[in-house]
Design a protein around this ligand. Sequence first.
Ligand SMILES: C[S@@+](CC[C@H](N)C(=O)[O-])C[C@H]1O[C@@H](n2cnc3c(N)ncnc32)[C@H](O)[C@@H]1O
Length: 311
Amino acid sequence: MSTSIDRGARGAPVTVPEPMTLAAALRSGAARLTAAGVAAGRVDVELLAGHLLGTNRSGVQLAALRGDAAPAGLEELVTRRAARIPLQHLTGLAAFRHLELAVGPGVFVPRPETEQVGQVAVDEAADVAARRGAVLVVDLCTGSGALALAVADEVPLAVVHAVELDAVAHGWAARNIAALGAGQRVRLRRGDARTALRELDGTVDVVVTNPPYIPPGAVPVDPEVRDHDPGVALYGLGHDGLAVPAGVVAAAGRLLRVGGLLVMEHAEVQAGAVRALVEATGLFDSIATRQDLSGRDRMVVARRAHARGGS
Ligand SMILES: C[S@@+](CC[C@H](N)C(=O)[O-])C[C@H]1O[C@@H](n2cnc3c(N)ncnc32)[C@H](O)[C@@H]1O
């Protein structure tokens, strides 16, 4: 870094470091993050700078071209990101569809692949609302409230009930619902998704859910996930990680009205097993696997049918 010469109190020359330019800080930050194994180091350092400057990546790039100084605190944030603290924990925000949600320690950071799960729920809810003038949606395992809030945001006639087991995650969801002024239409419940909301049995139009589904032995490689997403958000219990999802499917079977839609995220390798467990309830038809935006099998979609052999 270049330096300039100044005069101290007694006239002795002292060396005062010149502030690093933003362009140089972005270059060195990106190199540090890449060396630390962060996949998109340049993007992350730009987002961290944008967080400090109150602007987006384009604003950061423009400021760098202008020759602006790096903002105070950028180096510290880069150091923490290089220690593989999730970007969203450093900025306190996660983008999800049209929303920015508050996130931090103790809550699952919403993922881009879940946005497509949200799209299926939004499309179905909008369709029902257009036909009936109202639509009832349930988000099981809501975490930060991402899916519930996205549906409420994009389908103005929707009433959404959201269920979360974990106290800390429930607190983040409550905070997001309040911050977005959505309390009238998003009703949050602390409880077990497998048994909650019995008063809504047989009345719900859409159940959307991204439950925990990772098998016990499949510990995620990325430190951001392994060390910072809560275990209760990741591991679906049972030998294959599908114990919680199976309970969630059973809950959807009792919550949905006949003709209502279940949309549930799962891991790419679980598509066949998840279709089989939905089929085994005897409560659904039109059971299909759908893909995320990168073409991977990431969700099951099924319609509540009349129960086989009766009710
Ligand atoms: C993979 S995270 C998904 C969070 C959010 N739906 C999203 O997509 O960002 C799963 C969430 O389910 C919650 N959870 C785990 N088991 C649950 C259960 N039995 N009942 C309700 N919530 C549960 C976890 O605490 C976590 O917040």
